[in-house]
Design a protein around this ligand. Structure first.
Ligand code: PEP
Ligand code: MG
Length: 574
């Protein structure tokens, strides 16, 4: 068979992994279909119940492992699987099918799971499609226990690259520990639980490759490029050596960048903060030298919950983050429940545009107030700011500010009631950028969300992966909105950061610096890279390039221009 074979998937966890393939065998315990006589029904039900109990124990164990290694913040990922083991729609329905249809447990399991998955798979939201995979993962665990088969064990000596069609999160906890140095899965997206776990474990990963172009042999050399999403199967020795060099260079680079300053060639300091989704990322953010948390996407704590944690629970989490980051600042973003990030209780509703503002429903308003009170209370422990997502009108911003005032009034503790808490807004819809001057008079700071701004400006659906990959922050229309925003913030003398992914891309970052952005917030893992890019950029060049880019007529023209200007400066970082 032709080697090397190459394929591309979604780059889910950065770094380069090189090593012999280890195949995570899946699906050996296929579905068997057998009708059962009346007198065997009771035993078949107990056999199924024993499998449920064993599967639950296995996931409970994985949860303990995960908590021991990475703290409790990731436990909710596995809690959802544990909950499914008691879900009437799944477990009771399978027992009913065994009893009523007189079929074996595997057949009943397959039948119920397929029925439950249909509405999820038909959903436009990748969040719900991912939930269909969660059900499949539980099915896999149950099938394994029904057939008495043991799971794949991690290698005893390494390093190895794990190749799987799919990996259940409980198996991922088990298999991603050393000596696994890379992961390739045919299924899954960048925000699947397995991808989140790969990032937590720091294992370079490419997911969602689709069927691999060749049958991978155990132990053949694989290169996983967690930057580009490329996977090489059967890499020849010279390619293997080159990949190992890149891997080592990146590891060294990460270590050396942790202590260097983010100062441009011409001596201007740029603040590089980190975006986090979960509190457990704070440690890595600090280790990578982030100057605080520029965007805390709090909605992720509600992952798979039907409602947010209580005020006390939130307070505990927030306090941990604030004290760990102090004296640097944590910018909390209130829950941003749209598209992929909705609560479970919201399933029947159609996706709405704004999570907030005049359309805010009573229930969401009360959740928001609970959250704001928790943030106010946590703010006494360090330096905290609060911002609202998707603000599109001045009324919404005013509404946001009065909610904070109302929450202050509800607090008993004087220090929390009177705590200093700058109130900012995300600039991520075109209306906010267009009226930036007016908004700047009412906001204490801006944080520009280029991910949404690009989608809304160019009319792309962020939930559609193909449309999302066509999204381009280098479009001159987007650049003009970014320019208008930073100019308005400068005139009003309020801080303005960029926390969308544009700031994590060398060209995007170069142009943002040229437009005048001096604060960025980027994913934890790219903080060192972004600092290195900054140290290689000259602001005079960047300012000229940005001015020219504003006059361009297409993103391609902007890209060519920026490549010409920054290409040499960024050299090897490219
Ligand atoms: C953005 O839209 O750029 C942003 C940072 O927010 P999120 O990606 O969470 O929507
Ligand atoms: Mg956004």
């Amino acid at each position: 068979m032709t080697r090397p074979a190459r394929t591309k998937g979604i780059a889910a966890s950065i770094g380069v992994g090189v090593g012999p393939a280890r195949l995570a065998v899946r699906g050996r315990c296929g579905l068997t279909h057998r009708r059962i006589p009346n007198d065997e029904v009771a035993e078949e039900v107990s056999r199924f119940e024993r499998a449920v109990a064993a599967s639950r124990d296995e996931i409970e164990l994985a949860k303990q492992e995960l908590t021991q290694q990475h703290g409790s913040a990731y436990a909710p990922i596995l809690d959802v699987y544990l909950l499914m083991h008691t879900d009437a729609l799944l477990i009771d329905a399978i027992v009913d099918a065994i009893r009523n249809d007189k079929i074996n447990a595997q057949w009943a399991l397959g039948r119920v799971v397929e029925r439950l998955k249909v509405p999820l798979l038909n959903s436009a939201s990748s969040y719900f499609r991912e939930r269909a995979r969660d059900i499949d993962h539980v099915k896999e665990h149950l099938l394994r226990h029904l057939s008495g088969e043991s799971r794949s064990e991690p290698p005893t000596s390494g390093p190895t690259i794990l190749i799987a069609q799919d990996l259940t999160p409980a198996d991922a906890v088990h298999m991603l520990a050393p000596p696994t140095v890379g992961l390739v899965t045919e299924m899954g997206g960048a925000n699947s639980h397995t991808a989140i776990l790969a990032r937590t474990f720091g294992v370079p990963a490419v997911v969602g490759t689709g069927p691999l172009p060749v049958t991978v042999e155990q132990d053949e050399i694989i290169v996983v490029d967690g930057f580009s999403g490329e996977v090489t199967i059967g890499a020849p020795p010279e390619e293997q050596r080159a990949a190992e060099k890149r891997r080592d260079r990146f590891i060294l680079f990460l270590q050396s960048e942790r202590t260097t300053n983010a100062v441009t060639r011409d001596g201007v300091s740029i603040s590089v903060a980190a975006n986090i989704e979960l509190p457990s990322e704070v440690e890595a953010a600090i280790a990578n030298g982030a100057e605080g948390i520029g965007l805390y996407r709090t909605e992720f704590m509600c992952l798979d919950r039907s409602e947010p944690p209580s005020e006390e629970e939130q307070l505990e989490l927030y306090r941990t983050v604030v004290t760990a980051v102090a004296p640097k600042t944590v910018v909390f973003r209130t829950f941003d429940w749209r598209g992929d990030k909705r609560l479970r209780a919201d399933r029947p509703r159609k996706a709405t545009s704004s999570p907030w503002g005049s359309t805010l429903r009573e229930r969401e308003r009360s959740w928001l107030k609970t959250q704001i009170r928790a943030v106010l209370r946590a703010s006494t422990e360090g330096s905290v700011a609060l911002m609202f997502p998707m603000v599109a009108t001045l009324d919404e911003l005013e509404d946001a500010r009065s909610l904070v005032d109302a929450c202050r009034g509800e607090l008993e503790d004087d220090s929390a009631r009177l705590a200093s808490l700058p109130i900012g807004m995300m600039v991520e819809v075109p209306s906010a950028a267009l009226l930036a001057e007016q908004f700047a008079a009412h906001a204490d700071f801006f944080a520009v969300g280029t991910n949404d701004l690009v989608q809304y400006t160019l009319g792309l659906d962020r939930r559609d992966y193909r449309a999302a990959s066509a999204a381009n922050p280098l479009d001159p229309a987007v650049l003009r909105l970014l320019n208008q925003t930073i100019v308005a913030a400068g005139n009003a003398e309020i801080p303005c950061s960029m926390c969308g992914d544009m700031a994590a891309d060398p060209i995007g970052l170069g142009l943002a610096l040229g437009l005048g952005y001096r604060k960025v917030s980027v994913p934890v893992s790219v903080v060192p890279l972004v600092r290195a890019v900054i140290r290689n950029v000259d602001l005079t060049t960047a300012t000229e390039a940005a001015a020219e880019a504003l006059a361009c007529t297409s993103s391609k023209e902007v890209r060519d221009l920026a490549l010409g200007r920054f290409g040499k400066e960024l050299g090897a970082l490219w």
